[in-house]
Design a protein around this ligand. Sequence first.
Ligand code: FAD
Length: 403
Amino acid sequence: TGPLVVVGGGLAGAKAVEAARAAGFGGEVVLVGAEPHLPYERPPLSKDYLMGKAPFEDAVVHDEGWYAAHQVDLRRGVTVTALDLERHEVRIGAESLRYERLLLATGAVPRRLAMADSSGAPVAYLRSVDDSDRLRAALRPEARIVVVGGGWIGLEVAAAARNAGAQVTVVEPLELPLLRVLGPEVARIFAALHRSQGVDLRLATSMEGVAAAGAGAAVRLGDGSTLEADLVVVGIGVVPDTALASEAGLEVDNGIVVDEHLRTSHPDVFAAGDVASAWHPLLRQRVRVEHWDNAVEQGTAAGRNLAGESVAYDRMPYFFTDQYDLGMEYVGHVGAQGYDAVVVRGEPSAGSDPFTAFWLREGRVLAGMQANDWDATDAIRALVGRSVDVPSLQDTSVPLSEL
Ligand code: FAD
């Protein structure tokens, strides 16, 4: 049977073709990616790779030979321009490619900041390896870098820029960086970490305007101050790349809507990774997760389903970050309803002290994280979704594994 076509040569797409072959699919497999590079992992682009500490080869999912050895027709630098559900075809310019089953793994693109884009000032976004190369060239000692957005990307860029000796200011409209994901109790720890590393955090401050100023930029803030910058880095989130899906008439609602088998509103078309808004059978809601682990695991599950299996995707969301000497892992999903209690175990100061944190609602653990306490991850994973005795959770003499 076949052919299988995967649109999007990112992590989810590469994992899907790998899983389809591993599941024994013997037909034709085509992987179409708009970027000129081999499929690669993005986390290093704001960490080791950005800091010049790791080569691009470390980030590729498979080397070129793998695709040939597994008879995957990898088409790089090629954009799928249309999808015809009736005819089971995707279009690449004038060429049509027939599929029996299709995966959309088109990922996400950075949300743009119009006032910066139209300013004529030097502005950078970070999504691709090319973006990371350009950004690295600008992270020089004493360079003045203004980062717009105190989310994961913004903070990781801030850390890399400090590592390069640049002067860094982060502008964030909310009272704390990462406030929406972590809540004030833990977001405060990240704020202290960045301040201790010399980052100028401008919090609860809106962006009023960006103007070109000589070779650089002048960034005007709501509090009346103006920041001079050699480069403005915008990290204000991403938008799922749903254009193909919506033009083809697939159901789209903050991402391509898929069921727990990652199947879209058309039975022969699947979606996975940053672009997929998937029904989660344990969380009992649709979630769209913009993280590495989700691209790996959903890509893998989708690949198996393309090959004819019927895998339900019920993995808890997971992500990690590295900033300065702090590494963290987070498992779970707080969701729109929010939490009613936070338990922080350990006494994090601004440095790299280990701690764990848990977000609860009515005594049930919605999510947990560890910072520099790598042995705790399995215990955290085991606790997520469970009701716990809160006093015992607060008591650090009780090991997590005994809760
Ligand atoms: P993408 O990686 O976006 O890949 C989609 C690909 O599809 C792109 O190459 C795109 O060009 C291509 N494409 C789109 N449309 C078409 C088309 N019509 N035709 C052909 N090709 C098309 N997650 C973590 O958990 N931890 C981290 O520390 C972390 N760090 C990150 C750092 C950076 C700088 C970035 C950008 C992301 C980071 N992430 C991290 C998030 C993680 O990288 C993403 O969740 C992951 O890349 C999603 O993979 P994907 O395959 O779904 O989409």
